[in-house]
Design a binder for this molecule. Sequence first.
Ligand code: HEM
Length: 285
Amino acid sequence: MQEISDPALARGVLTDPAFRVPPVPPGDTGLPWLRATVSRFADGPAHARRRALVEELLAGIDPASLAAAAPAHPVATLAAALGLPPTPSLVADVRLVAAAYQPTPVDLPSSDGPGARVDRPTSEQPAADAAVERLVATLGGAHDERTAAHLCLLVQACAATETLIERARVSGVDVVLRDDPPVPATRRQASVDTVVGGMAITAGEVVRVSLAADPFGAGPRACPGRAHALALASAALAAPAPPAPPAPPAPPSETRAAHAATTQAATARPRAAHAVNIRPEGDAR
Ligand code: HEM
């Protein structure tokens, strides 16, 4: 996969409508439904409509109230601010979903077109599917865009914020965002043949876009939860580090190797002494 690492070129790709988020297949339930119904993996009018929903939900949460919240996992704090009932499995379920959220891309043979992708089920998926359904039930049971918007916020908030908090305990938030951002890169798919900084990119090709200069992204898909993430981090950093929550089950080594090989480009990376076992995944949060 080609990489756009120059900050100005990366920003140009993130703001260029000719570069889209790689599409995900449709789905009626579980993780496929969630991916197919959130703003994160949508484009065009569907993205605009779903993004407006998450922005509306976020507008109802004052970041200052998150910063002042009692010590808790950031997902629990956010869920409470969204008015969700505090079910015992909520944080664990969101963490399960977050660990499997990014689609695993598979390059198909050339007859399917350059850069064509399918979503390859991973060993985490059955547990994540069940977790999505429990979360949907907690939100009233409707498989609609409003339910997906709530879950999108919880899942987007999960691993990246955990990682920011963990790293910031050592070096501080600003330093982490500058030197070791929780989401180091994202992916985009070219919709036309193009050239970026002398690099030829074919229509359909998926490229890795560095977020080194823009840790919360840029353009119409930039993180709408930046202020909330910083507030959640400040609340967590004001309290002593909590005991590590149980990690999601690890996939078999073969799957994990393939998973890491195909997706290490873009996400919260595990650290040697990482308390919460965030594994490499696909596109940025
Ligand atoms: C340190 C923590 C966080 C980081 C570094 C981060 C980073 C990002 C980045 C880079 C993107 C854009 C991905 C792309 O363009 O492909 C994104 C998207 C998003 N983030 Fe965050 N994020 C964080 C926390 C949060 C939190 C706490 C929330 C919610 C309260 C949130 C909600 C979202 C949503 C909803 C999207 C999708 C936006 C869309 O579909 O247009 N994020 N985030």
